[in-house]
Design a protein around this ligand. Sequence first.
Ligand code: ATP
Ligand code: MG
Length: 256
Amino acid sequence: MARIFCIANQKGGVGKTTTTVNLAAGLAKVGQRVLMIDLDPQGNATMGSGVDKRQLALSVYDVLLESATIAQALVKSEKCGYDVLGANRELAGAEVELVDEERREKRLKLALAPVLDDYDFVLIDCPPSLSMLTLNGLCCAHGVIVPMQCEYFALEGLTDLVNTIKQVHANLNKDLAIIGLLRVMFDPRITLQQQVSEQLKSHFGDKVFNTVIPRNVRLAEAPSYGLPGVVFDPAAKGSQAFVEFAQEMVERIQTL
Ligand code: ATP
Ligand code: MG
């Protein structure tokens, strides 16, 4: 049965989407069956997986509103090696449309149940907010992967996220845990980044993943080709780091 992970951090532009699509591609590369769910109306993870968000007949929006099943709405990304449940601007409306609905935060969880045997991993790219959309992700997940840049304010935002995760754990989803903090866009030449990285390790211990994702321009270029870096340029340092991270995740789920 699939293990479900949210890639979340309410801070914008920290590398959530880059982590989601590259981890998905890395897991596919090491033989895992992966479903990638884009829960962000920006649709970046959709586009970054080679699926045109403007041409989606059905999307995660229809799934949340229960007008389509995941099996009906998913798209197979042949080039990337994983399945995509895409998103586009329409998803921004879901927040409002779900307000009066019952069990609105459990929509994604219910929709996922029938396909869980088809995958080893489900990865959910969350928007930069602690909204109803993110809540839907947290309600169905076994764990949260938090990408972080090793910068001065990195720890500050973490408190809100940790509190939200605690609340969801207490009230809605007792399976939920932070699986780990992933250091991304790392530049070892910057002393401050090394210091923050050390702080993270001393605060959070083995909750910090061993793999570190370096700052690497090939990862930033790949989305304009509609591909994760791992597929666009497998030899790039950043791509190799994500394949290593995929292996670390495969090992880590054995221990959960
Ligand atoms: P949002 O909060 O808007 O959803 P995000 O957290 O999903 O943003 P990304 O879109 O993944 O963040 O990354 C932000 C920017 O940083 C993008 O332009 C991306 O290409 C770039 N980027 C991410 N990771 C790396 C990296 N390791 N090296 C270089 N550039 C990177
Ligand atoms: Mg994003």
